[in-house]
Write a protein that binds this ligand. Sequence first.
Ligand code: GPV
Length: 783
Amino acid sequence: MKDAIGRHLSYSIGKTPGAATLRDWRMAVSLAIRDRMADAWFASTRRTYEAGAKRVYYLSMEFLVGRLLEDGIVNLRLEERVSEALAELGQDYAEVIADEPDAALGNGGLGRLAACYLESMSTLGCPAYGYGIRYEHGLFRQQIVDGRQVERPETWLQQPHAWEFERPESRYEIGFGGSVRDGTVWTPGESVWAEAFDTPVAGWNGRWVNTLRLWSAKPTEPFDLDRFNRGEYAAAAESEALARTISRVLYPDDTTEQGKELRLKQEYFFSAASIRDILRRFESQFSDLRQLPEKVAIQLNDTHPAIAGPELVRLLCDEKGLDFDEALQIAQGTLNYTNHTLLPEALEHWPEGLFGRLLPRHLAIIDRIDHAHAKANPSRTSSVRDHGQVKMGELSFIMANRVNGVSALHTELMKSTVFAELHRLHPERIVNQTNGVTPRRWLLSCNRRLSTLIEERLGLGWVDDLEQLHDLEPHLDDPAFLDAYAAAKTANKADLADWMNRTQEGLTADPAMMFDVQIKRIHEYKRQHLNILETIALWQAMRDAPNAGWTPRLKLFAGKAAPGYVFAKEIIHLINAVAKVVNADKITNKMLQVAFLPNYNVSLAEKLIPAADLSEQISTAGKEASGTGNMKFALNGALTIGTLDGANVEIRDRVGAENFFLFGMTTDEVDQRRAIPDHAAKAVEADSRLARALAAVRDGRFSPEDPGLFRGIADNISGPDYFLVASDFSDYWRAQREVDGAFANAGDWTRRAALNTARSGWFSSDRAIRGYLDDIWGAETLL
Ligand code: GPV
């Protein structure tokens, strides 16, 4: 290992040890690890060809992979060798790991899920490719300036990237616009190259390696030399810059609609390149396109790649010469669609004018698909085109062999709401696959203290068979085990507290406090404003009775708001304003501290989750499709305070109701409550704590220099309150006080935390991927 790192430092990076920077060392280690993936990578490909196996293609606009070096080291089981080698080379292992920038090619849960699934597909030996976009700039970097979010560009690719292989020979010309002659001959008005970059993804033990193939946009026309020679430098580079725009930035929206032409171009760009690549690989091995459904399964990660459906039909008809009905049948046998939200504002639809201008042939194909479907289902009343829009959810549904939701509750709601009619016509099509998370990243490597303790008791079988964590339950009768479990948590909290106290002005975190954590995108449906209101009410109650024996708490928040989401940004501002007042209050500051940690990303989650006591999963029932952070917290021994929403329902069923703090209205109750006139005003009137907390927000208690600053938030909660913050407040308060009481009993709390770990094994992404393999893809694994 030491030689391998040294060789790369000299001959790949071109530095002597004396001249090498931390980044040089990190690059050299990364290249040495990448080398060790290569043979298994080639072998995986060879096995797949030899077996004639079915391949899985996971098409996703987002892959939120985070850092890759530690993941590679852990999965190849090279930790000791690398840390020893680095020590001998005079380098610090942890520092080298932490030097890597996050690959933030995603917004949140949907993108992180794609990354966990890729890793699980490799762990299981499922022949698979991930297909996405190689964004030059991932999700923005969040700064907090005077309490407000400021967005800065993210620049992960401005330094050399160790993990990818450029494949200039794998490129496809992707067209846009233009016109269609004779019904089928599409002549695009402009085009760009999609060029492939491959990153190997190694599974546990390095036995199988799949590929993440990301497309980068390149100009088809080189820069204009004539104009350059005339001195028109900017104009000469214009068309080149325009082409590259397509893979320049990740759209920073999460479960909100983004109806921009460039976004549709991005979607078609990567979907079309991926479909062509899939067909090319298929045809290099098989001769009959009618075998496609038998040899290929394509998963559409939400509707962002939905245009892959019409594109596949177009290629089969217009280029391969199949007739339309056969092409459609092949496409429908090959494609599957995962729905990740029911929020109406997040369901993609495109104005047909824009769509027809950019993709004229596809619009005609979509109409034909829709007519064929309507003809076969005469009782259908809806259609893909509606009020001048092309609806991508309906399109995906009718083009898919299987459609899945991401938690049991969400799947049932899909059947009864957005897809009610299509479900009636195709009752076998919708299936559930509750989300999962990879235990390699989200327990083994992010929480060394806990994973070492588990290894001492159970060995390492749980790492790729997470249900083995059930075998921890007998150990709960051993006081030494519980002590060690508690000690691991406390040490994680102490590490985090040290780091926060150094970096967060005005904060005094103490590991003896309860670490109460809400980390996720900032969104009204996720209700960070419910949490901060309860924080304010708690602070007021503590001031009223400072000696009432309060359980000390640290309220931790982190998350990004979409740049155009004004209300979400006001919530961030309010949290920071409350933190400033509360943390400085001499009466309460030993009992209550509040922090908003900037720039939430995968690496920060890896720090926070192992140190959490309480996991806040408090969305309005019916709104969070699943959640995946909720699973990571439970696995790492945080107890959940949560609503009956998304996968919370299944977490509670598994960890036991007595180890989960439930509150709030159910999905049905939410709908009923919303129908009551003035529901929020009535809730405020009925709860004096809520009224007082809202008054403090409204009257400028947290913004003395600008008293009206947060009035909008207070007015929303006591007025329209679509997400029912006011109506759920009283029960949330009640549940939080129950949490206080439970935490005060340290021994019992540790037991309940350990039960959460022992009973969360089902939430492994390995289990989820097995479900996809069996119920959706019909594919075999080769390990
Ligand atoms: I649609 N999700 C997301 O992160 N971004 C999106 O654009 C859409 C959905 C999330 C859901 O909100 C989560 O509940 C879910 O756990 C996650 O997707 C993965 O399924």
